[in-house]
Design a protein around this ligand. Structure first.
Ligand code: PRP
Ligand code: ZN
Length: 304
């Protein structure tokens, strides 16, 4: 493998994703759906882009904002929690922001939440006054405490935050909750959301220049198409002309339809991109309202 070139010498785009963990597979799948493909390298840390000059770097999620800030990577797929925490830490250190959220990606949903021992009776944030809170997200917690006007002690732990109350290191925790299984296993219950998070596409604050700008634009264009059609279906049907207004009212989540005339004018054929669920029940409703030959098709790609 040739060693990766420094930022200035690069005309290929480099995207950092999580090497293993919750976001790893969906991030890869999303990028693949945008037409990117990679030659697997033996060490699996750097994947050379085959179908486009877009390479992948497989790293720890916590390293992604820093890699973007340092220009080692151009883009990254990372949890909003990680991105905002590191932005908060930079801000606290008096450094200017270096990375930002470009797109929310709609997977890897979780929340950063305060969780207390199960036997606590939760009466509200004022209860936290003077308490010790264990977290790996000190900047986000600090901001929330300041906004809420609560003075508490933050105990910074790199991992295994959930066990801190049992070990007597803290009274409660501020940690990521996805399914809630980890908290439950540690006899903690979530009581307050500090941040709603999901996977995001992160990029630098400064715009790209040169060939990488074009590559980034291409990727964003395709990504926007894929994000738009994620829950979309193409609906086709026929109906008598006078039934069409009523039928379109039943499709509030549809784009303006394409309409053809059949049968010399009285019957129309319609095709509409629907952004919501097109269930059997909706099809039955449309049929009752005069639609015929209803057909629901998957949408593979969209380029606006
Ligand atoms: C988070 C968090 C918990 C767990 C919660 O860690 O720190 O350990 O997930 O998930 P659950 O509610 O589904 O049980 P994550 O897997 O994101 O790893 P990391 O924070 O070490 O990157
Ligand atoms: Zn991590």
């Amino acid at each position: 493998m040739t060693p990766p070139a420094p930022a200035a010498a690069r005309d290929r785009l480099r995207i950092a994703i999580q090497k293993s963990g919750r976001l790893s597979e969906p991030a890869r799948a999303l990028l693949s759906s945008c037409g990117l493909g990679w030659r697997e390298s033996r060490d699996r840390l750097f994947c050379y882009g085959e179908s486009a000059p877009v390479d992948l770097l497989l790293v720890r999620d916590d390293d992604i904002p820093g890699l973007i800030a340092d220009g080692v990577c151009d883009l990254g797929i990372v949890g909003r929690n990680v991105l905002l925490e590191q932005a908060g830490e930079r801000e606290a250190a008096g450094r200017p922001p270096a990375s930002r959220e470009l797109r929310a990606l709609g997977f890897g949903g979780c929340r950063l939440a305060l969780a207390v021992p199960e036997d606590w009776e939760w009466r509200g944030p004022e209860q936290l006054q003077g308490k010790r809170i264990a977290t790996s997200y000190p900047a986000l917690l600090q901001r929330w405490l300041a906004e809420t006007g609560v003075q508490a002690q933050i105990v910074v732990l790199a991992g295994s935050v959930e066990i801190a109350p049992r070990l007597g290191q803290a009274d409660l925790v501020c940690d990521l909750v996805s399914s809630g299984a980890t908290l439950a296993a540690n006899h903690l219950k979530p009581v307050q959301t500090v941040l709603e998070s999901e996977a995001v596409l992160a990029g630098p604050v400064a715009p790209f220049t040169g060939p990488r700008a074009e590559l980034a634009e291409m990727l964003l264009r395709r990504l926007d198409g894929m994000l738009k059609i994620r829950h979309s279906r193409l609906l086709m049907f026929q109906a008598a002309r006078e039934r069409v207004p009523v039928l379109l009212q039943l499709l509030p989540d549809a784009e303006p339809p394409t309409v053809w005339q059949v049968d010399g004018g009285d019957c129309l054929a319609l095709q509409a991109l629907c952004h919501g669920d097109v269930s059997w029940q909706r099809l039955e409703e449309l049929k009752r309202a005069g639609a015929r030959g209803l057909m629901v098709l998957p949408v593979e790609r969209l380029l606006a």
